[in-house]
Write a new protein. Structure first.
Length: 244
């Protein structure tokens, strides 16, 4: 790691919002740690783009639902490369269906991936960040579904609402340590996850009448990572075109 650069871990950074945040973090002068589970090709492309632009990035592979392995990889990484300045908990999945039709497997998959990963990723990192006695940044990614609920997303809404509660509680604990903890709640963003939505219906609910871009979410993340956001913590900030 370049010792002059602050490092920022972005989970689920091989595509979509995570990719945009990793690229923006690199462009902002951070060393972007590009986490991925199985999309090695996508993650490698993100790293290639960063390096081609003269920015810093490296890869880190683990499954955020595997608690023991996640802890092992993260502890080994910070031992060799130093403690992270920032963490963006972005990785997640959805498995939509009407509640009576949600299988046990789809309930568990979404909860374990989207909510349990808050603990799995952050728990090994909190004390090392505290022990540096330096400012730090934690950003979680929730969703408009976590704020207001959404038809066909009881599992996803439950997980994303849980993220909001956990974020606010952790912000209280970390405040005196000068580590801010904030949550971004995107609306409908142009990613693979949004391809199946009934756009003609949803469009009427968005005052700006369009989907958001991953780069627009990334811009907020980069601000929250910056020194300018040092007095912002325990907040849930929406990027949703005015849906709520």
């Amino acid at each position: 790691m370049n010792k002059e650069k602050k490092s920022v871990l972005v989970t689920g950074a091989s595509k979509g919002i995570g990719k945009a945040i990793a690229l923006a973090a690199g462009a902002a002068g951070y060393e972007a740690i590009i986490h991925y589970r199985s999309d090695a090709e996508g993650a490698a492309e993100v790293k290639k783009s960063l390096l081609k632009s003269g920015n810093s990035g490296r890869l880190l592979q683990f499954d955020i639902t595997d608690r023991a392995r996640t802890r092992q990889v993260l502890e080994q990484d910070i031992e060799h490369n130093g403690v992270y300045y920032g963490v963006v908990c972005n990785a997640g999945v959805s498995a939509d269906n009407a509640f009576p039709s949600i299988s046990e497997q789809d309930w568990d998959k979404v909860i374990h991936t989207d909510l349990d990963s808050f603990y799995n990723v952050l728990h090994p990192l909190i004390m090392p960040m505290v022990q540096t006695r330096k400012p730090g940044r934690i950003i979680t990614i929730s969703s408009i579904s976590g704020l207001v609920g959404n038809r066909g997303q009881v599992n996803y809404s439950a997980a994303k609402a849980g993220i909001i509660g956990a974020t606010k509680a952790l912000a209280i604990e970390m405040g005196k340590r000068n580590i801010t903890v904030n949550c971004i709640a995107p609306g409908i963003i142009e990613t693979a996850m949004s391809k199946e939505i009934p756009w003609d219906h949803i469009r009427t609910m968005i005052p700006l009448r369009r989907m958001g871009k991953p780069e627009e979410v990334a811009a907020l993340a980069i601000f929250l990572l910056s020194d300018s956001a040092a007095y912002i913590t325990r907040q849930v900030i929406s990027v949703n075109g005015g849906m709520i």
